[in-house]
Design a protein around this ligand. Structure first.
Ligand code: SF4
Ligand code: SF4
Length: 455
């Protein structure tokens, strides 16, 4: 093992059960030295600029039924009305009413809607970053079809422009923009880690091929914390006989530009993958077990590219379901009871809810669905960048109790998921509660149970 390999390993070993920057001694939740009045102006300008007719229609159509409250794990776990999803959009709504609605003139003239203050925006930072995982459960349940989760993401754009992003989330997003990875995984570290896994697992892992049908990407959470994902992916693709490659110039799947609210960074990060895929002539980009990576490239990639993507985008669970269903890959039966945690961005918001169930059927496990499993699954509480924010830890642990109770009720032997970010939140909460369940990887379960002969 080289010195760099050891550095990577030690960096991980010194971390807590989740990969994040350390808790800052002094928090800087306001970026730069912009005067407060200017921050408010920037935030309002971008809230208004980002209004499409759909967003305006959403904000006008709320009938205040309160159903979204019962859908949100933060409200359910705390009973605190400030965590009602639609309330999280209040400053956004105030900006719209004062500046862009049909009655904006009257709202301003008669003072019907007050100007938003920087103190309110700072308070709001807690609501749209620390206590929203953008899980979309509220969006699914709202009878008026208001997509609150998407509006929270849109509101984050204005907050970023105003320099009002939580310290750690801004730091990892900035590192991703500058170094190409939120955890500082440079191409050299990526290559060393890959070679290490190749030796350790005795599997051929393709790197930097000039041409390939499939470009495979990985998340830095996997590179640092769950590197067996390298080998598991390679075993599956080699068994199917695919033409595939990783690339040092486009390997990072996570997109903290998206999570922090910086559209320019989101685009830059997506373009690294898109450019690498175009360069090798890929017909498919295979995304790893990472929920928000799926949202960023599968559902937003074409917007970043400015035209349709010239390749398919598949989450690894979709790919596995395809090759198992078509008989190109065969697996052995696994005699155990399993429960599955659906990552919000892949199942509820991504639409790939059936794929893991198809895979588990091929594996022949005794699947014990979580109550409200599938599209209505409760979020693990670590998505949307929340797991990086240390001041949100106590709330995150409180919310996780919902998930613990659900998993325990199944009495399953094994807990699986298909998102490394969910898994690291499970690990951290497992450590906090000294809980008996560890969230394992669905992909690794498949790779560990491949039938020897090629179909
Ligand atoms: S569920 Fe929809 S309509 Fe009801 S309060 Fe929430 S946002 Fe408004
Ligand atoms: S997206 Fe999820 S976390 Fe955010 S307000 Fe809606 S239900 Fe709550």
């Amino acid at each position: 093992m080289s010195t760099s390999e050891l550095d990577v390993k030690n960096a991980f070993d010194m971390e807590s059960k989740r990969l994040s920057i350390k808790a800052p001694e002094i928090r800087y939740d306001k970026q730069g030295d912009t005067p407060d009045e200017e921050r408010v102006q920037k935030a309002m300008l971008h809230f208004v600029k980002d209004f499409g007719t759909a967003a305006a229609a959403y904000l006008d159509s709320c009938i205040h039924c309160g159903m979204c409250a019962e859908a949100c794990h933060y409200y359910v776990a705390t009973g605190d009305p400030k965590y009602t999803p639609i309330w999280k959009l209040e400053p956004f709504k105030q900006a719209y009413k004062r500046e862009a609605s049909p009655f904006a003139f009257f709202y301003r003239k008669f003072g019907l809607k007050k100007k938003v203050t920087v103190e309110e925006l700072e308070e709001w930072q807690h609501l749209i970053y620390d206590s929203c995982t953008v899980c979309g459960r509220c969006s699914l349940i709202c009878p008026m079809g208001i997509d609150i989760a998407s509006l929270v993401s849109t509101a984050r754009h204005g907050m970023f422009k105003a320099g009002l992003v939580p310290h750690e989330l801004h730091a990892v997003a900035e590192r991703a923009e500058i170094d190409g990875s939120p955890l500082g995984v440079t191409p050299k570290v990526f290559e060393e880690r890959l070679e290490w896994m190749e030796d350790e697992h005795d599997v051929e892992i393709n790197l930097n091929k000039d041409k390939a049908d499939i470009l495979v990407v990985i998340s830095s959470i996997e590179i640092q914390k769950y590197p067996a994902a390298f080998a598991a992916t390679a075993k599956v693709l080699n068994a199917v006989g695919e033409s595939w490659t990783y690339r040092s110039d486009g390997f990072e799947a996570t997109n903290f530009g998206l999570l922090s609210g910086n559209l320019d960074w989101q685009r830059d990060i997506s373009m690294r993958i898109i450019d690498a895929a175009v360069k090798v002539g890929a017909k498919m980009v295979l995304l790893p077990e990472c929920g928000h990576a799926y949202m960023a490239l599968r559902w937003m990639g074409a917007n970043m590219y400015g035209k349709p993507l010239p390749f398919k985008v598949r989450h690894v669970s979709e790919y596995l379901a395809d090759v198992l269903n078509s008989g190109k890959l065969k697996v052995k039966k696994v005699d155990k009871s399993v429960t599955f945690h659906d990552p919000c961005q892949i199942s509820r918001r991504g639409g790939a809810t059936q794929a893991p169930r198809d895979i588990l059927k091929h594996l022949g496990v005794d699947l014990r669905e979580l109550p409200n499993g599938g599209d209505y699954n409760w979020c693990c509480g670590g998505g949307g960048g929340v797991v990086t924010i240390h001041r949100a830890d106590e709330l995150r642990y409180k919310v996780f109790k919902l998930k613990m109770d659900q998993v325990e009720a199944t009495e399953a032997e094994t807990l699986l998921s298909s998102c490394a970010n969910c898994r690291q939140n499970f690990d951290d909460c497992q450590n906090h509660y000294d809980w008996k369940y560890t969230a394992d990887s669905l992909l690794e379960l498949v790779a560990d149970n491949l039938q020897e002969e090629k179909a």
